[in-house]
Design a protein around this ligand. Structure first.
Ligand code: NDP
Length: 446
């Protein structure tokens, strides 16, 4: 009988309609079985039961007026999951698929990810079912202002510091920051991912993608003696994480041949022209098939999931959850892929993860390999508190050190518990230990 089976069954009963949250909880609890065995004090203090329940979850109405003068109502969320080791920290996602279960899965993952960075940040996540696609700048601004009007009463620089995620980039963070400042009459580091003119950190934009490549490079070197040099790479997504993962992979000597958005994927055998992608996605905010206007010899295929049929050495899922399933994993392995590095949160389904590990593929779970974004957000908070700004090179060097340290910490934890090279188990255990010890020390807080 597993020691944590009962904990999972309680979550299953209570949150039966939240499949993504259940998936994330199951993976973590399965990894923590040997910890429950070795440290009975965690069980006795109810740490496992407490860690799977958010400290607080806030759901609110977000009314706003569109360009036609119509009143639209969206739903806003902020889940403040765990503050044992620092203020709640985690991004905001604006996407029509957003619901409480998705925000809870992301907030839960964030606890362990933030702990792994070694910085003092608790776990949280938020967002809205608002769809930014096709909205004018004015509509985006009015939505962000209405969203912040409510969120402002729940956050603060020492309480909860949100950031970006899917659908929330520098533009949205700017509108929300402006509204917070107006409501509170305070200029504080209340959000990260800010613009450089008002407290943002150099290298924050690049941090998640760059951090993913630093982490994966370290894992490939240690586990398989391989690297990005000369490798062919496929990356899903073409947003913030995907673009800067592609940029760093290219700098490290790889050729990126395919990228996607939710409409489909492009394949360019000559290697993706990242300037064209940035223009289409960051400036014009258009669909990825526009790439063919710049490179008519490339191809566009409708449907994003088939991107994993493109032959590659390294795959980096950087779009969304559960985008790489067992079939995709089998195709990747059959085509000679030797590493899968997650930039997105939980992009690989559990059966696909098992398959990749069984086949000896270097597999890096998102909660470790995409931690560069929040790590850099932590560095942004430090710069804001100190009222100074570090150079790009300084931040990038700190980011690289943090990513290599996360790899070592996760790898050592995996080894200690008899799961050598299993970074899923290693990241979950290493991330958990610090939070669990802090919770134990702080007692059962009422
Ligand atoms: P962006 O909004 O910048 O880009 C998201 C990309 O993924 C777009 O290309 C989008 O296509 C695609 N995408 C989104 N949803 C779906 C879907 N349901 N099916 C297929 N494609 C989809 O987001 P980010 O790059 O910031 O985030 C990507 C992933 O990385 C997310 O899982 C996020 O949680 C994770 N992450 C992000 C961090 C950050 O610092 N930004 C930090 C750590 C993790 P389209 O435009 O067509 O919707």
């Amino acid at each position: 009988m597993k020691k944590l089976q009962g904990v999972y069954e309680d979550v299953l009963k209570r949150d039966a309609n939240e499949p993504e949250f259940l998936q994330a909880v199951k993976e973590v609890l399965d990894s923590l079985e040997p910890v429950a065995e070795k440290y009975p004090e965690f069980l006795e203090a109810g740490i496992f039961n407490r860690i799977v329940e958010p400290e607080r979850q806030i759901i609110f109405r977000v009314p706003w007026v569109n360009d036609k003068g119509e009143v639209i109502v969206n739903r806003g969320f902020r889940v403040q999951f765990n503050s044992a080791i620092g203020p709640y920290k985690g991004g905001l996602r604006f996407h029509p698929s957003v619901n409480l279960g998705i925000i809870k899965f992301l907030g839960f993952e964030q606890i362990f990810k933030n702990s792994l960075t070694g910085l003092p940040m608790g776990g949280g996540k938020g967002g809205s079912d608002f769809d930014p696609k096709g909205k004018s700048d004015g509509e985006i601004m009015r939505f962000c202002q209405s969203f912040m009007f409510e969120l402002a009463r729940h956050i603060g620089p020492d309480t909860d510091v949100p950031a970006g995620d899917i659908g929330v980039g520098a533009r949205e963070v700017g509108y929300m920051f402006g509204m917070y400042k107006k409501i509170r009459n305070e200029f504080t580091g209340i959000l990260t991912g800010k613009g450089l003119t008002y407290g943002g950190s150099l290298a924050r934009t690049e941090a998640t993608g760059y951090g993913l490549c630093y982490f994966l490079e370290e894992a490939m070197k240690n586990i398989r003696g391989r690297s990005f040099e000369g490798a062919t790479v496929v990356i899903s997504g073409s947003g913030n994480v995907a673009i800067y993962a592609a940029q760093k992979a290219m700098q490290l000597g790889a050729k990126v041949v395919a990228m996607s958005d939710s409409s489909g994927y492009i394949y360019d055998k000559n290697g993706i022209d990242l300037d064209a992608i940035k223009k289409i996605k960051e400036v014009e905010r258009k669909r990825i098939n526009e790439y063919l206007k710049y490179h008519p010899d490339a191809t566009f295929t409708t449907g994003c999931n088939n991107i994993w049929t493109v032959k590659c050495d390294i795959a980096m899922p950087c779009a969304t959850q559960n985008e790489l399933d067992l079939n995709a994993a089998k195709t990747l392995v059959a085509n000679g892929c030797f590493a899968v590095g997650e930039g997105a949160n939980m992009p690989t389904t559990p059966d696909a993860v098992d398959y990749l590990l069984e086949k000896g593929i270097v597999y890096t779970p998102g909660k470790a390999s995409n931690a560069g974004g929040v790590a850099c957000s932590g560095l942004e908070m430090t710069q804001n508190s100190m009222r100074l700004s570090w150079s790009f090179e300084e931040v990038d060097a700190k980011l690289k050190t943090i990513m290599v340290n996360i790899y070592r910490t996760a790898s050592e934890a995996a080894k200690e518990f008899g799961y050598e090279n299993n970074l899923v188990v290693g990241a979950n255990i290493a991330g958990f230990m610090k939070v669990a010890r802090a919770m134990l020390a702080q007692g059962v807080t009422y």
